[in-house]
Design a protein around this ligand. Structure first.
Ligand SMILES: O=C1O[C@H](COP(=O)(O)O)[C@@H](O)[C@H](O)[C@H]1O
Length: 261
């Protein structure tokens, strides 16, 4: 089996979505078998919309049910803004996905940032890290939290979470969650999972679609240059899978794999 990240390419988002769903369900079942809950971290940006397309589709009753009541959702990164702000990753996930769950479905547990700490991003990060500590057992006994799955986006500059190219945060080795005050993409004040936490996850799935991602996908898969997304690929190998549409990887020299679980 390949030790490199898997690259799965689809004609469009409509054909990508069922494959992404099958992959998430497999991770869900593995998480439930391991510890009775499914601990998943999600990004903002374009991801929630595609995720909603994948997960809100009706179940076919072939063991592909999303067990929302067993999900614990964390944010791979979050902006230091109120939870109902237009820039909030939580607000985006809520609008795209959580608010669209059928009324008879029990909502998942969602770990948001605590808005009372918005004035101090270090405290905001520390408090969010404490929610991970409570969920994943104490920091003393667990060197790093292990997410069952991280669902990540890839920015047009190769950033993921709020880990930006060339930023000193890429060298963070001890914190689980770190603050950033100078994000090159607005808004500047954010918190993010650190690279060691990302690469420690059981599975990592990137979702990148559209021709706007073509240039950066070429750099990530052909040149790397220490881009954050490429560092995740290098740190996780075959535990990492990319779900992309053909437009995003046109002209990219990297072996595509036929999708299978
Ligand atoms: O700022 C952010 O951007 C990235 C990428 O967003 P996309 O719209 O290019 O998919 C996202 O993954 C991250 O969560 C968000 O805070």
């Amino acid at each position: 089996m390949s030790k490199q990240a898997n690259l799965y390419s689809f004609a469009d988002v409509a054909t990508l979505a069922p494959a992404l769903r099958a992959y998430v369900i497999q991770c869900q079942e593995a998480g439930l078998a391991r510890h009775g809950v499914f601990k998943v971290g999600v990004s903002g940006g374009s991801l929630p919309k595609t995720l909603a397309q994948a997960l809100l589709a009706p179940s076919t009753d072939n063991g592909d049910a999303v067990k929302w009541d067993r999900w614990e959702i964390f944010f791979a990164d979050e902006r230091a803004v109120p939870l109902d702000h237009a820039d909030s990753n939580y607000a985006l996930l809520k609008a795209e996905l959580l608010d669209k769950l059928p009324a008879d479905v029990q909502q998942p547990v969602v770990h948001t940032i605590d808005p009372q700490y918005l004035g101090d991003t270090q405290e905001l990060a520390d408090q969010y890290e404490q929610s991970l500590v409570r969920s994943f057992a104490s920091r003393d006994s667990v060197k790093l939290p292990i997410f069952d799955l991280l669902l990540l986006g890839c920015g047009p500059d190769g950033h993921t979470c709020s880990l930006f190219p060339g930023h000193e945060l890429l060298r963070e080795t001890s914190a689980w969650i770190a603050p950033i005050e100078d994000s090159p993409k607005p808004p500047p004040r954010r918190i993010t999972l650190t690279l060691p936490v990302v690469t420690h996850s059981v599975r990592i799935a990137f979702v990148a679609t559209g021709a706007g991602k073509k240039g950066i996908m070429k750099e990530i898969f052909e040149d790397s240059k220490g881009l954050p997304c490429a560092l995740v690929n290098e740190g996780t190998g075959e535990r990492c899978s990319w779900f992309v549409d053909n437009a995003a990887v046109e002209g990219v020299s990297y072996p595509r794999r036929p999708f299978s679980l």
